[in-house]
Design a binder for this molecule. Structure first.
Ligand code: ATP
Length: 224
């Protein structure tokens, strides 16, 4: 049987994008034989304050990431809508136009609050979920999920497990990799404090993204 790749999307605010998004994602792609992932910036996040940065700047930073990582592309569907970016609505729209199965990638912290997401049970009917499990935490088990699979540096995923992602929905794959201890909040705080040495190591975010941030004087002060 040939393994048909799912359309795989990684949703987030990417304010700004950093290595904590990209490195675990790349490891999960390798473990699961996924060769392309769409980075999907939300417009109005349902679980966060309204963003104080323009979509244009977030897109430009994601574009830099995609130039560095050719296996990633931008899926801009949520930016085309003025509504709150509910994942259920987005996946439903994508499903109408595609026969392929869908996979949605999220961090373990997002998955732990998944039951608060709009129409979450129906999300599981539309896609499979890949969890970037940075803290190696046991995932809460949802009765709507047909199968939980773990993978990581020490757990090889069998081919059968990979193929399971070509089925249409209801599977959660928890990918365990070493934590990349960074968040967008931490980067915004460091920029506000002008703590450039920390950021200039290149360990936290790509230096090209940092250059863009400096050029456009983003995140220099907290906007009330
Ligand atoms: P903020 O600090 O502003 O809340 P963030 O760094 O969590 O942002 P988002 O763009 O909101 O970034 O996150 C998109 C997804 O990436 C979320 O599902 C989140 O859990 C995951 N994520 C963020 N940072 C990491 C990381 N260091 N390792 C693994 N997953 C991460």
């Amino acid at each position: 049987m040939t393994y048909s790749q799912p359309i795989t999307l990684f949703g987030g605010t990417f304010n700004p994008p950093h290595w904590g998004h990209v490195k675990p994602l790349k490891q999960a792609m390798q473990a699961l034989d996924i060769t392309k992932v769409g980075l999907m910036p939300c417009n109005i996040p349902p679980h966060k304050q309204r963003l104080k940065i323009s979509n244009q700047h977030r897109l430009a930073m994601l574009q830099i990431i995609c130039e560095l990582e050719s296996s990633l592309y931008i899926e801009g569907i949520e930016l085309e809508s003025d509504e709150v970016s509910f994942t259920f609505n987005t996946l439903q729209k994508l499903k109408k136009n595609n026969q392929q199965s869908l996979c949605f990638v999220m961090g373990a912290d997002s998955f732990q609050s998944f039951e608060t997401w709009h129409r979450w049970q129906e999300i599981l009917q539309l896609c499979n979920i890949i969890v970037l499990n940075r803290d190696n935490q046991p995932l809460k088990r949802l009765k709507e999920v047909t199968q939980y699979i773990s993978c990581g540096p020490h757990d090889a995923v069998s081919l059968a497990d990979k193929q399971v992602l070509s089925t249409s929905n209801g599977i959660v794959v928890s990918c365990h990799f070493p934590n990349v201890a960074v968040s967008s909040t931490l980067i915004r705080d460091k920029l506000e404090q002008k703590d450039y040495p920390y950021l200039e190591t290149g360990e936290v975010l790509p230096l090209e993204v940092l250059k863009y941030i400096k050029q456009h004087q983003l995140y220099e002060r907290k906007i009330p």
